[in-house]
Ligand binder design. Structure first.
Ligand SMILES: [Ca+2]
Length: 385
């Protein structure tokens, strides 16, 4: 009996005070929330919600954890004050499965003592699908086109952009100008779907000018020997893109006697060029026959057959300066033909050929011709008697 008494006594002394302290002071651990659901929103956020926990004392806060794995790394990823029973993540989550779990809290009751959290709920998950098929657009291939108008190109067929993903129907637009200047222009193509989401891509349009100018010149031209190259008429030049191609030629400063081939070159701003040639014949300025073939500007023309006819004339260059270096043969078409070489009389600054006519020539009209070394053959009629 004594042993029993002591045992009860010791138990009462040690245990009873502990019971008196523990039972009334600490709030009990609340139930975990129930009805946990996770829902994907159109903006690719996820809303997790749960049923309110009802117990006494009332829940004052919920906390949650979420992530891409059912193992949660941090103690608290979100917290909301009761009676709120939902939480929404940020929008635009990338493709994947997201996991959530929640706990509820009793406040400290009575004040000054510890609040108590429930156990975590079992996790729930939601999967973002949309990210695997986002709205996208592929612009047409970059293109290079030939210039079609002054400074660039118009009416370019850009091709067709292709949209996919998102929420059809699609509205596709681009910011292409009607006129593309030479060089690169970046065109931005944009698709808008029924969800008002947009996506864009770019296309580079390159306008080039590979077409040479057109050039038209006189194919042949006759000038007076010594004429400056400025006497040449300018060619007609045009280009599809360049309004004023550069025009050059390889003419000498002054044209020498005879034939000179002048090459004209028209070059556009893109470096394309075309050429054309003009054959320039430089001849003497023949001053007309002089007396006695001509007197006072009128042909005399009556000579005795067998007599010597002095054939006189003057040659000058473009600037009126006498030319002393010409060669030539004067002749008259009697049968046989009579002829004589011209020579230069420096004193008189004129040419002379003493043409001995044929004595047996019949009465009639004959032609005196001077074949000059510039390729010309001035002539005059005479009558032999
Ligand atoms: Ca061109």
């Amino acid at each position: 009996m004594r042993k029993v008494f002591y045992s009860v006594f010791i138990t009462a002394v040690l245990v009873l005070p502990m019971m008196l302290v523990a039972i009334p002071v600490y709030a009990h651990i609340p139930d975990s929330p129930t009805g946990l659901t996770a829902t994907v929103n159109p903006d690719n956020s996820i809303t997790v919600s749960w049923s309110p926990v009802t117990c006494d004392p009332a829940i004052d806060k919920y906390k949650g954890q979420w992530g891409t794995a059912p193992t949660f790394n941090t103690e608290t990823d979100f917290a909301v004050d009761a009676p709120t029973t939902s939480f929404t993540t940020q929008s635009g989550l990338t493709e994947g499965t997201y996991y959530f779990r929640v706990a509820a809290r009793h406040p400290a009751v009575p004040p000054g003592h510890n609040a108590e959290w429930s156990e975590w709920t079992t996790s729930v998950s939601a999967t973002i699908q949309g990210a695997s098929n986002p709205l996208s657009i592929i612009a047409p291939e970059d293109i290079t086109v030939e210039g079609s108008t002054t400074g660039g190109a118009e009416g370019i067929d850009l091709g067709t952009a292709t949209a996919s993903g998102g929420t059809p129907q699609y509205t596709i637009t681009n910011d292409a100008p009607s006129f593309f200047p030479l060089g690169d222009t970046v065109v931005t193509w944009t698709v808008t779907d029924d969800n008002e989401d947009t996506a864009s891509d770019t296309q580079t349009v390159t306008v080039v000018d590979t077409t040479p100018p057109m050039i038209t010149v006189a194919s042949s031209l006759t000038v007076i020997v010594g004429a400056p190259s400025s006497v040449l008429p300018l060619p007609t030049v045009s280009d599809i893109v360049d309004p004023s191609p550069t025009v050059t030629n390889d003419a000498p400063s002054f044209f020498p006697l005879g034939m000179t081939i002048v090459t004209w070159t028209a070059t556009d701003a893109s470096g394309n060029s075309s050429t054309a040639t003009t054959s320039v014949a430089a001849i003497y300025n023949f001053g007309g026959f002089l007396p006695p073939l001509v007197i006072n500007g009128v042909g005399n023309g009556l000579f005795k057959a067998g007599s010597t006819i002095p054939v006189k004339f003057q040659l000058t260059d473009y600037y009126g300066k006498p030319v002393s270096t010409a060669t030539g043969i004067a002749s008259i078409n009697t049968a046989p033909v009579a002829s004589a070489t011209i020579r230069y009389d420096a004193t008189a600054m004129q040419y002379i050929a003493n043409l001995k006519t044929t004595k047996s020539a019949a009465l009639g009209i004959y032609t005196i011709t001077v074949a000059l070394d510039d390729g010309t053959s001035p002539y005059i009629s005479v009558t032999l008697k």
